[in-house]
Ligand binder design. Structure first.
Ligand code: SF4
Ligand code: SF4
Length: 215
C-alpha cells in the first residue's frame, strides 16, 4: 500500500501549500514507465488507456520531494514538467523556513553523532578481550580513590568501565556509612590481568576499603 505524504510538512510548511508537483503531458508520454520505476516516493501510477497504450499518471502529487526533478530528467520525451523554481523560493521567503531548517540541521548532526558514538561503543565492545567485574566496599569519602584508580591503570593496557557507586542512603553517606563500588576491568588486548588485580587489592587495602568480590 503506497504511503500518502500529503499531510506532512516541508520544514514547517504544510506540504499542500508548496506547489512543487509534477505534471505529465499525456500526449507526449509514451508509457515507458521510467518515471514510475525511478520515483522512490510512489508519485506515479501507470494507466492502461483505450487505444493509446500506457500513460503515466500523477497519483500522489504531494508525495513529490520538493526540489527533486529526477523523473523529468530521465523522461525520454520531456513529458514531465515542474513549476518554476521561483515558486519554491517564494515559499521559503514567505514562511521564513530557515529557523526550522537550522533546528533540523542541528538534530541531524546530533543524530549522526549519537549513531557514531554507538558504533564506536559497539566496536569497542566487540573488541574487548577481558571483562572482569569487581566490587569493593567501605567509606569512600575524601580518599581520592578514583584518582588513585586512574593512576593505577594509566600506563597499563586496561580500562575501568561502568563504574557505579551504590550509596544505601544519603543520610548514611553523610554519616560515613559504608557504600559499594562496582566497576569492570576491561582490556581490548589479550593480557594477563592478575598483576593489575594484585595492585588493585593493595590499593583497596591501603585505603581502608574491603575487596568484596571479582567475577
Ligand atoms: S518517463 Fe515520461 S514517457 Fe515514460 S512513462 Fe513517465 S512520463 Fe511517460
Ligand atoms: S521529482 Fe523526484 S520525488 Fe518528485 S515525482 Fe519525480 S522522482 Fe518522484
Amino acid at each position: 500500500m503506497a504511503k500518502d505524504l500529503s499531510q506532512t510538512k516541508w520544514h514547517g510548511v504544510p506540504r499542500q501549500d508548496v506547489p512543487w508537483v509534477p505534471t505529465v503531458s499525456r500526449d507526449a508520454c509514451i508509457g515507458c514507465e521510467l518515471c514510475f520505476v525511478t520515483c522512490g516516493r510512489e508519485v506515479y501510477e501507470i494507466e492502461l488507456t483505450q487505444g493509446k497504450g500506457r500513460k503515466a499518471h500523477v497519483e500522489r502529487p504531494y508525495n513529490c520531494m520538493v526540489g527533486c526533478s529526477t523523473c523529468a530528467m530521465v523522461c525520454p520525451t520531456e513529458a514531465i514538467s515542474f513549476p518554476l523554481r521561483d515558486i519554491v523560493w517564494k515559499v521559503e521567503r514567505e514562511h521564513k523556513i530557515f529557523k526550522i531548517v537550522h533546528a533540523e540541521a542541528e538534530e541531524k548532526r546530533t543524530r549522526a553523532g549519537t549513531i557514531a558514538a554507538r558504533q564506536q561503543a559497539e566496536q569497542h565492545l566487540g573488541s574487548t578481550q577481558t571483562r572482569l567485574r569487581v566490587r569493593i566496599a567501605g567509606v569512600f569519602g575524601e580518599k581520592q580513590f578514583l584518582t588513585k584508580l586512574q593512576e593505577l591503570v594509566k600506563d597499563r593496557p586496561f580500562d575501568i568501565e561502568n563504574l557505579q557507586l551504590h550509596v544505601p542512603t544519603l543520610k548514611g553517606l553523610m554519616e560515613n556509612t559504608p557504600a559499594y563500588m562496582d566497576f569492570e576491568v576491561t582490556s581490548t588486548i589479550q593480557e594477563d590481568v592478575q598483576p593489575l588485580l594484585d595492585a588493585l587489592k593493595v590499593l583497596v587495602a591501603d585505603n581502608g576499603l574491603v575487596w568484596v568480590e571479582q567475577r
